[in-house]
Design a protein around this ligand. Sequence first.
Ligand code: SF4
Length: 450
Amino acid sequence: MPRVAFHTLGCKVNFYETEGIWQLFKNEGYEQVDFESPADVYLINTCTVTNTGDKKSRQVIRRAIRRNPEAIVAVTGCYAQTSPAEVAAIPGVDIVIGTQDRDRIIPLVNRFRQEREPINAVRNIMKAREFEELNVPEFADRTRGFLKIQEGCNNFCTFCIIPWSRGLLRSRKPESVLQQARQLVDGGYQEIVLTGIHTGGYGEDLDHYSLAKLLWELDKVDGLKRIRVSSIEASQITNEVLDVLRGSEKMCRHFHIPLQAGNDDVLKRMRRKYTTAEYGRKIELIHDIMPDVAITTDVIVGFPGETEAMFRDGFAFMERMQFAEMHVFPYSKRTGTPAARMEDQIDEETKNERVHELIDLSERQQLAYSMRFVGQVLDVIPERIVKEEPGSGLIAGYSDNYLQVVFPGSEDMLRKLVKVKIVAPGVNECRGSFVRTLDSAALPLQAAIV
Ligand code: SF4
């Protein structure tokens, strides 16, 4: 049996696509082996979101070539899409694909096996108008079903290279999304996470269709317990989407809404599609509908031109937003983006100081948010045994409002919805005690512990 090994860098979408590419090899009778093992084909799914992404991608590619110089080395993903010649120039790279045509990987591997001529199959992604289907009926090591619903982005934020690596916005056909949702539910997934490059933009390129319409359709899928949207822009939280939050019992009380900066001058330089007032208003509307909702966000610190006053202003805004968690990133220049050419770049020391201030704030907010649920019983889907404390009989999973909960439980609870009482707050994780599975009366605690 031929062996294939994968290495994926970057975001959820890349991991989803690697699962889709694996399905193609699996259908051809390949066995999947660990990337550190000898394989006949190595596939590296690359990332280019930062210059570091390119560097890490090259390191992984070279590692595969050293591992088995006889193997076929294929490179896909965003770095391959934006810099195909650079990737193809690495001695030992055989096939370069990019962020489309992954469904041609098998014929390309077979062609290379016959002709032994390097193949650069990268096409202009800015011309792509169709969503490329890559079906993923199951995930090797995931308890939540990720469902890619759209591709590309039309926003061109000044710090971001993604539209150039992923192309313009393309939505997956609703019937295809629903078919995979049913497939995942049949496969035992209780929660589906809608993902994409610009997830909230779903439907903007479809006639008479929208993200809200898709959410209502997913709400009707039998057996599906939880719908989570991986990320959505403030500008995409429409009244229709708010109606879904009001009416559906399956929508998770968690929204990841990138803010990026808490000051309007910086937002303008980033070419973001909202002001802090508009962003704040959308958060307020969601809180009105879902008082216990977790709003998490992304923030870029030290964007070119960000003065101390702008940073202070932003800090105060983020404090007011009472996020459940903030992912804080120091601005990093990405060659090829307008922001990288901006003058008044911020020095690393100032950036690091600001990053630490915001991480402190995020940890205070995380603790404050989790404290609100102490004593409450939440629905949790355990996804792993806590290896850090061997023999402790602890398992961990997420509640619908994205609290990570660690509690005494048994392996057969993994992937099931169970009721857990929050007993202690925490940053990154809370502690809980098992109450019962959803389909059974409260069990005496002792019976449940491994
Ligand atoms: S919305 Fe902005 S940051 Fe997000 S993918 Fe599009 S261009 Fe990049």
